[in-house]
Design a protein around this ligand. Structure first.
Ligand SMILES: CC(C)(COP(=O)(O)OP(=O)(O)OC[C@H]1O[C@@H](n2cnc3c(N)ncnc32)[C@H](O)[C@@H]1OP(=O)(O)O)[C@@H](O)C(=O)NCCC(=O)NCCS
Length: 87
């Protein structure tokens, strides 16, 4: 699976947030995630997005290799994630 959300922001160019890319373990390393990511990027271009972005854990070697292999460039600013536990 892969999901992406095109963000309309009033004072920024249209961008695609890639929210999730996941391949069942038994089907990994067959190029499926690469094809899914490329498809999302092509769709983003067709929508007129100027940028796409995705985040993953520093320790997620497979995801980092995937995103680098599909043309992603690591952001120099290190983002920090905050979770809000809600009851
Ligand atoms: C990350 C994930 C989506 C990759 O899926 P995949 O279908 O196996 O990836 P692909 O076969 O398309 O691989 C494309 C490229 O990514 C890199 N890559 C993928 N898995 C890798 C691994 N385990 N180790 C090193 N590089 C890897 C390689 O460069 C690969 O190209 P190559 O096979 O020509 O060397 C998969 O490992 C997964 O579902 N992981 C668990 C969920 C997850 O963490 N998703 C990311 C959330 S941000």
């Amino acid at each position: 699976m892969a999901t992406g959300i095109a963000y309309v922001h009033p004072d920024k160019p249209l961008s695609l947030f890639i929210n999730e890319v996941g391949v069942s373990p038994r089907y990994q390393r067959q190029g499926i995630a690469r094809r899914l990511t490329d498809r999302l990027l092509d769709h983003a271009k067709a929508l007129g997005c100027k940028e796409a972005w995705v985040a993953t854990e520093e320790s997620n070697r497979a995801a980092r290799a995937l995103y680098a292999a599909t043309g992603g460039v690591e952001d120099e600013d290190r983002a920090v994630v905050y979770l809000y536990p809600l009851r």
